[in-house]
Design a protein around this ligand. Structure first.
Ligand code: ADP
Ligand code: MG
Length: 579
């Protein structure tokens, strides 16, 4: 028709479509999860917009998703009565990559990876490709939609064969919402089956809080009583549990369901390390379902990164990435918090000021720390499985450096955090030494926990500043994370024992030094007085002081920082940062 326009996909989309159709064959069925999840998102959006404008519900207040198929036409259709798409939205949202994660994925595919289909499949699985996954099973897709609040004539039909371009045309559509019609490929006939579709929905979409409806089937005898088949009737039935996972009782939820829910909200392909699901009662009532991921996302280091906790109020989705619900140093936590007290129209600004939110954040922080303490406990539990024992180490390797930020950020929990810290040391190459382990191994007469910071663990390990400690068999913690220096400023002692940098001031080994050593040092200081005076004079613009030390064994000299001063490492960092 006249009003039909053909538009090109954004270059990245075309590339992505090629990858999707060529490398996701091993896990085809995820397309349904993605499309049902979009339908559910669309309903969440409608519910949210309708808070301000109830008329958007029109005459259909019950939100739902319908999945149906037509064997003759070889089409599979997913319909929702959610927010719908205007023509502009269809062009913008279905023709470009809006999701930053997907864009990142495309950027990440280096030349080598582009050539390796298996790896592409893995990567795609990691990021999730959303709507475009329909092209795994369809050789063309038609989307028919009308946005809530627009006139029936303002609908849109979007069609594409998943190659370079797509078409849009105007459509009259009385019903609000969206139908995604997949024209199935020859090798995707298996999805024209109620049984198959139901089993995929049970696997991936059971926890969706909306009802997912399919047509009831009945048995129809074949001609002359030969053969027969199930055929759809005009009656619809709900095929999922249709209650939000977190609102169910713990005992009714399996580990698989928890894991599947995690994968859906996090876009992570790996199972989480741990989760915690609780209904909190008292002055502030809420339900929390929080997960610790197994691997760090690519943007973990970005402190501006969106938080991973979704906020619901009485089962109504309010917002993603509600940063007020979790401290920044726990930004790796994913999950859902459903409050019984907050108003439905709560804004981000209001969240920042709400007492309820503060209580939720404190409660959730404690819950996460408990989860971590439990993983740390399992690490040392003889009866734990090898998998469970490995969890805390895995967590620490991925997120330990982020957790350290908490020392400076969360004073109230500093002691709990200190117990969760792990370090490499002169006695352990792996970062597995806790401060308690260290204390248990301290020498008689040792009254400080010694540590050294450097750019790399190797540099720390080879520092001349360690010589005397090595000679005396005193363990020193080695630190090379960028945050160590800053974080350690906030941790002056552990369980009554001070932490001391071996690179600061005159290291006083106290009782660890015997009388003969002290005497030798004093005598040397006396004997070297003239030399020291000349060195001080020569270095007067560069060194504050020059002194004889007992800390070196093999090296003739080393640099240290005044006791109260910035460490070399911090000074170097600031210099790099141009300060
Ligand atoms: P994501 O869901 O992560 O945003 P998708 O690729 O799955 O990414 O979907 C892209 C966009 O297309 C969505 O953000 C949304 O704007 C739009 N969209 C997809 N499906 C629907 C739907 N059923 N109803 C309304 N909009 C939709
Ligand atoms: Mg999606």
């Amino acid at each position: 028709s006249q009003n039909k326009q053909t538009l090109s996909f954004q270059a990245e989309v075309a590339q992505l479509l090629h990858l999707v159709t060529h490398s996701l064959y091993s896990n085809k069925e995820i397309f349904l999860r993605e499309l049902v999840s979009n339908a559910s998102d669309a309903c969440d959006k409608l519910r949210f917009e309708a808070l301000a404008d109830n008329a958007l519900y029109e005459d259909q207040p019950n939100l739902e998703v319908r999945v149906s198929f037509d064997k003759q036409a070889r089409t599979l259709t997913i319909t929702d009565n959610g927010i719908g798409l205007s023509q502009q939205e269809a062009i913008a949202n279905l023709g470009t990559i809006a999701k930053s994660g997907t864009r990142e994925f495309m950027n990440r595919l280096s030349g080598d990876q582009r050539a390796n289909a298996a790896e592409q499949g893995q990567l795609i699985g990691q990021f999730g490709v959303g709507f475009y996954s329909g092209f795994i099973v369809a050789d063309s897709i038609t989307v028919e939609s009308r946005r809530a609040g627009l006139q029936p004539e303002e609908g849109v039909r979007w069609t594409s064969a998943g190659t370079g371009d797509f078409e849009v045309e105007a459509l009259t559509r009385p019903e609000r919402g969206t139908s995604v019609i997949l024209h199935l490929r020859e090798d995707a006939t298996e999805y024209l089956s109620t049984w198959k579709l139901k089993s995929i929905i049970a696997k991936y979409s059971d926890h969706i809080s909306l009802p997912i409806l399919m047509r009831k089937e009945e048995w129809k005898e074949g001609e002359d009583n030969k053969g027969g088949e199930m055929v759809p009737t005009s009656e619809w039935e709900t095929v999922n549990q249709a209650s939000a996972l977190w609102s169910r009782s713990k005992k009714d939820i399996t580990a698989e369901q928890y894991t599947e829910f995690y994968k859906q909200i996090s876009h992570d392909h790996e199972a989480p390390l741990a989760w915690s699901h609780n209904r909190v009662e008292g002055a502030t009532e809420y339900t929390q379902l929080l997960y610790i991921p197994a691997s760090a996302p690519f943007d973990l280091w970005n402190r501006e990164k969106k938080a991973g906790v979704k906020l619901y109020v009485k089962r109504v989705f309010i917002m993603d990435d509600a940063e007020a619900l979790m401290p920044v140093y726990l930004r790796f936590v994913k999950g859902v918090i459903d409050s019984a007290d907050l108003p439905l129209n709560v804004s981000r600004e209001l969240l920042q000021e709400s007492r309820d939110v503060r209580a939720i954040r404190e409660g959730s922080t404690k819950r996460v720390l408990s989860m971590l303490e439990e993983l740390a406990r399992l690490e040392k539990e003889d009866s734990a499985s090898a998998e469970d024992k490995a969890k805390y180490g895995k967590f620490w390797a991925e997120f330990g450096a982020v957790l350290k930020e908490g020392l400076g950020e969360d004073f109230a929990n500093r002691e709990r955090l200190a117990k969760l810290l792990r370090f490499a040391s002169t006695q352990s190459d792996a970062p597995t030494v806790s401060l308690a382990d260290y204390k248990a191994r301290m020498k008689d007469g040792q009254d400080a926990i010694y540590y050294i910071t450097a750019d790399t663990l190797a540099a720390a390990r080879n520092s001349p500043q360690l010589e005397v400690f090595r000679k005396k068999g005193i363990e020193v913690l080695l630190m090379a994370d960028r945050v160590d220096e800053w974080a350690l400023n906030y941790l002056t002692d552990f369980d009554g024992t001070p932490l001391q940098s071996v690179a600061k001031g005159a290291v006083d080994l106290g009782k660890l030094q015997d009388e003969a050593e002290k005497k030798a040092a004093e005598e040397a200081a006396e004997a070297f007085k003239p030399v020291l005076a000349r060195l001080k004079e020569a270095l007067k613009d560069r060194a504050e002081d020059v002194r004889v030390t007992t800390r070196l064994v093999d090296s003739p000299a080393c640099l240290v920082v005044e006791g109260g001063g910035m460490s070399l490492q911090l000074a170097r960092m600031l210099k790099q940062a141009g300060q």
